[in-house]
Design a binder for this molecule. Sequence first.
Ligand code: HEM
Length: 233
Amino acid sequence: MDAKLIILFLSNMSHPEYRPPGENDVRSPCPALNCLANHGFLPRSGKDFSMSELIEALNKGFNTSRAFASVQTLGAFTMYGKLFQKMSLSDLQRHGILEHDASLSRQDAAIGDHVNVDKTLVDLLLTYKVGEKINIESLAKLHHVRYTDSKERNKDFYYGWRQQSLSFGESSLLLCVIGGATNKEVDAKVAEIFFKEERLADEWKSSETPIGLFEILNYQKEIEKKAEEVRPK
Ligand code: HEM
């Protein structure tokens, strides 16, 4: 085998095997959790995982600290009434708990498919790249565009303080976790693969240091500040 082939072989081995969901598998509106299921960190069926399985998956797949993974998991299992029971990715489809309007990559529940990716929205996201990266400025600007678009088209549009805070939190997760090894910027190609295929790109690496809750919250504040700066007049 020549050197190029060996490198290709090794680089393809960097993540557990990717398999898109089959007919009876379920998925959520969260691209990251779907990605964990598609790579086998969570059950590939997307069904019946325990709190400890989710903590393990977040820690192993994304190198979020065990403490942070536990906070997220405890919060989610409590919110969906599943504390110490098993949960499925389809539970997260319920509108109005974590799932909200004006998402980056999904349509609003009242006007379309709020669970599966809308690839045209991902293409829109990619038009906000800076150089070849999705960064804080990209997401701050896109926030206003998605908000205005949903407000115009969705007669049931609801976006209060909590939904706004969730949105900015998800953007912070995207930049801190998926952009972990590249200083809070996500390579445009990596972002496209992450959203459209819910797959970890071969070249993607998780952060070398575990990502904690305060890093996410602090960066969320930075994104909110940037969104204020770029708010259209
Ligand atoms: C630490 C890893 C995680 C990352 C990197 C992440 C990333 C994201 C991103 C970027 C979005 C926005 C998608 C969009 O706007 O189209 C999102 C949405 C969502 N996430 Fe996650 N997430 C993580 C963990 C979790 C956990 C632990 C839960 C709950 C168990 C969760 C539940 C959701 C839900 C329900 C949505 C849909 C919100 C919406 O309506 O847009 N996520 N996540």
